[in-house]
Design a protein around this ligand. Sequence first.
Ligand SMILES: *Cc1c(COP(=O)(O)O)cnc(C)c1O
Length: 371
Amino acid sequence: MDFIDLKAQQSKIRLEIDKRIKSVLDHGRYIMGPEVYELEEKLREYVDMKYCISCSSGTDALLIPLMAYGIGPGDAVITTPFTYIATAEVISLLGAEPVFIDVYESTYNLNPDGIEDAIQYAESKGLNAKAIIPVDLFGLPARYRLINEIAKKYDLMIIADAAQGFGGEIRGEKAGSFGDVASTSFFPAKPLGCYGDGGAIFTNDEELANRMISIRIHGSGSDKYENIRVGINGRLDTIQAAILLEKLSIFDEELKLRNIIADYYSSNICHNFQTPFIPKNYLSSWAQYSLLSKSESERNEMMSILSNANIPSMIYYKHPLHLQPVLKKLGYHKGDFPISEKISKQIFSIPMYPYLEKEKQNRIIEVLNYR
Ligand SMILES: *Cc1c(COP(=O)(O)O)cnc(C)c1O
């Protein structure tokens, strides 16, 4: 059994993908070819935002808006310690400091109650809190209504990390439309993945969009060889855009399938585990289906039982970011974010992809419920 099986999806759309790739090989515009602009238009419509800027990865999709806001030394950016390293890495890369706040034990997403303390903590270190990066962990959008209220009060820019959240919704509005700017990833295993690296940025702010378009291509000005700011090589390949156009055409159908599987898991997995909590009016894109066991030893034991039954499982995330060696210099200690630390010891994720057969779902449930 696979943790994520991309082959089943490929066989469904292989002919169309072959045609799309062949068409790129025929026209030969490998960099910023027509498929890139076609994809940006389709994504923009899908998320219902004014601007979509495709880029080279989910990481660059976070880096580019931070650069466009001029985030740098002396600035603090608030985020969650229970996420992938990329969320905080981009902050450090620019010489700014990540300031963490703990998560909800129910959704594993950032708890906005911690924002005011984080602003004060930043001040005590001589830093100016400029922005916040909420993360749509495992596909569930963060609590943007509350985050918006506090961010407005303290003049924080919101950069939504929707790398896992693409396809998720709050009250019918799509992930990617929350915050001042939102970032997503097309890493192959993400809900909408390509066959390499890729990402996209969404915003309604025209001026910000123009700055990000410039940063994406070496800070270019009105022509390609005039450079007006420091930028990066942050483009999405035309071939990846071509692949994404086909994948996007079946994405809504896949989202439904993921939700059917998640519902089936949640109603059949017994009470030994905390199943994912999806608040009213929220829709998850199910980047991961994660269970919380009662202790670290139970988690590890369950994972080895699954492994013996040939069922893969993974831990997202084993080390909360404030305890990662690379971020040690921030000065955080064990015990600073007890919920993130507890979850990282007890959580594990089981296979989740749109084409996971019922028979496999039943086997997974059976093994989980055996004890
Ligand atoms: C995957 C991921 C990223 C980075 O995306 P890449 O495309 O791998 O660079 C950033 N944040 C989160 C939460 C992610 O899951």
